[in-house]
Design a protein around this ligand. Structure first.
Ligand code: CTP
Ligand code: MG
Length: 171
């Protein structure tokens, strides 16, 4: 049970960073309206500067609050854990933007459904935090749990956000 809590608290900054831009975002797009070499938008209107910064701040705050009250076995020290919350959040938003970049290159429209939307942010967040995590605790079973839980939770959260009127589409 304790172990499950460790895993869920590890994921908290990622999930907060990924979901908060829906409410915090808007305004100037991250790509400043610029196109890539293919003449299509770099990221598109769905990725905004405010969403990116808001997501990083919200995720870092969530991770920071966790670090204050609880020592994660994934990180050696409290400062590392705090910093990890930041890295997980930046990784999440970079993964999210990278997903948009791929979507635009493939000609998938802004806001359209895309398989990688569900999981890419998690994989990039894990890659970003990897250098700071205690490797002994980062075992394949944990990674499998992260992936499976995210594959279930991400679509579920989007359906709820749509029902709550926060998101235009249920994905
Ligand atoms: N959002 C934002 N800034 C971000 C990420 C998200 O402002 N960096 C906001 C936008 O209002 C966006 C909404 O959250 O429309 C939902 O995010 P998401 O589903 O990730 O983006 P999409 O609109 O689907 O755009 P894309 O097709 O580029 O993924
Ligand atoms: Mg989307």
């Amino acid at each position: 049970m304790d172990q499950l809590l460790d895993l869920l608290l590890f994921l908290l900054p990622i999930y907060i960073a990924n979901s908060s831009p829906v409410v915090l975002g808007g305004g100037t797009p991250l790509d400043l309206g610029m196109n890539f070499f293919d003449g299509k938008r770099l990221f598109g209107e769905g990725k905004t500067i405010r969403g990116f910064i808001g997501g990083v701040l919200a995720g870092t705050l969530a991770g920071g609050l966790c670090a204050l009250v609880y020592q994660s076995p994934f990180f050696m020290t409290e400062p590392t854990q705090f910093f990890a919350g930041f890295m997980l959040s930046v990784g999440t938003l970079c993964g999210d933007a990278f997903g948009s970049f791929i979507k635009r290159r493939l000609g998938v429209g802004s806001g359209r459904q895309f398989l990688l939307d569900t999981i890419l942010f998690l994989l990039v967040a894990l890659a970003f935090v990897f250098p700071f995590a205690s490797i002994s605790l980062f075992d394949p079973l944990d990674l499998l749990f992260f992936i499976l839980l995210t594959l279930i939770l991400h679509p579920l959260m989007n359906i709820l956000a749509n029902r709550a009127g926060l998101k235009r589409v249920p994905w």
